[in-house]
Design a protein around this ligand. Sequence first.
Ligand code: NAP
Length: 278
Amino acid sequence: MGKETGNLPSLPRFAFIGAGRMASAMVGGLLARKAAAPAEIACVGGDDDTARGLARRTGITAHSDLVSLLATADTVVLACKPQQLAGLDPRLADLTAGRLVISILAGKRLARLAQTFPRTRNLVRAMPNTPGQIGAGITGWCALHPLGAADRRLVDTVLGALGQAIELEEKQLDAVTAVSGSGPAFLFEFVAALREGGVAAGLPRDVAAQLAQATVLGSARLLAETRAEPEALRDQVTSPHGTTFAGLQRMAARGFRDTIKETILAAKARSEELSKED
Ligand SMILES: NC(=O)c1ccc[n+]([C@@H]2O[C@H](COP(=O)([O-])OP(=O)(O)OC[C@H]3O[C@@H](n4cnc5c(N)ncnc54)[C@H](OP(=O)(O)O)[C@@H]3O)[C@@H](O)[C@H]2O)c1
């Protein structure tokens, strides 16, 4: 005989406000890792029917109103667009009382989130990145109050659905936004530049694209698997006055590292500006 509780239907523990790309990735990761069953996850979207689409694809429940969404949920994931925060239903202040709220809204600080969610048991601000869509992301996060062990496990579970997660101080999150949040775009631009360089060197575009993509992917895996410093792996490819040396000389002469540093600082400065908006 199974336990009596085994016959009770699961109730949603995780509620997603927003059902777009990032919410879909988190739900997909939670289900794939068996961290939650579909019956334990519910979502609400905006006007475009994303919630029902996500529910259809995954078996979770879509709601059209916040009261039913939050009735049994213990952990709330805020995954709408940052500009939608100000227009959210003011009843959320009471409906999220005593819950753990995890926001992935870019640039929305804990102090701002606490205005919309003033009665939560704790608030987490997280900055994920797009590789999270395939479970290969990295998320920097911080909490309003020190987390208890159970809530820490919940944060690890929810953010772990996207890949790695690291706890940081809130003052570091603008830099995180620049390095790992915007970082994928800088990497993709580098891959495109590598491809264009191959075309300039005489290769067909499709061949150059294949070489560039495989080189970046293979190099990233080598970096991860050897845990070596990138400079050490760079030096393994570089013989004195060889081809790589010639290329690196040109990169240095054109200020490659300074350009990337300025790129990161520009992204960080913009993140700081955006955080000041409502
Ligand atoms: N994409 C990234 O790589 C990335 C990285 C870091 C952080 N983030 C953050 O992740 C968040 C989500 O990004 P995304 O790319 O997943 O956006 P998205 O695909 O546009 O999804 C936004 C979702 O919010 C829903 N929504 C709109 N108004 C709403 C409301 N009033 N109440 C509840 N839900 C509402 C939308 O529903 P309908 O479409 O059905 O109207 C949609 O499901 C953003 O805050 C972004 O800053 C994203």
